[in-house]
Every structure is written in structure tokens, then in C-alpha cells.
Design a protein around this ligand. Sequence first.
Ligand SMILES: [Fe+2]
Length: 120
Amino acid sequence: MARFGDVVIAPEDEGKEKHVPQIHAPASAKAGEPFDVTVIVGEEVAHPNTIEHHIKWIQLFAKPDSKRPTVHIGTFDLGPTFAVPRVTVPVILEESATLYALEYCNIHGVWDNSMQVTVE
Ligand SMILES: [Fe+2]
């Protein structure tokens, strides 16, 4: 059986157009207290942002260290030209977790990245 994860493109496959969603969040946070998570596509080299070629959506998930399944935090549906592929959302964690960001380019597919946040 083909798995969706098999078609997600890894950061090491990056080309000259920057697709990997960069996650900006504190390395540690206090349990139950909100902190901002920002996901940026094209941080170093701007990704094209035209009707023909753009970032359509960004998604953010958290995988708590002790629980399954992964939790959906947000889906940000973006339009071309006017919407910049950079989103910020306040997040509350009760325990340490891995944040996963996905993004979809309408030409180059789905890309991902992750970051660990330790909750004190
Ligand atoms: Fe692209």
C-alpha cells in the first residue's frame, strides 16, 4: 500500500526554490501557557507567489511525547499574490511535543519540517 508520507518531500530534497516550512518557536515553554509558533515558507529565498505557482496551504500539528495520535493545531488556506506564506498561531502545550509543519506548493507538492518543544 502506498502511504501519503512517502510523497511528502523532506528538507534534504530542497532545490533553489525554498519550500521547507521553517518553524519558529521557543525550544522550551511552560505547561498551559500560550506561546507563538510562526511557520514561514521561503524564508531565505522567496518562493514564487503567482496564480500559476504559489503556496496553497500551511498546516501545523503537535505530537505530544506520551500520547497518540498527532493533534491538528491549524490549517491556513492561502490565496496567491496577496497572501504571504507566513503564519503565526498561539499554541498551548501541556507536555513536551514535536511540532510538525506541512506546506503545499501547487507545483512542487507537500513538504514538511519538525521541531521539538520541551515543556517545563
Ligand atoms: Fe514551488
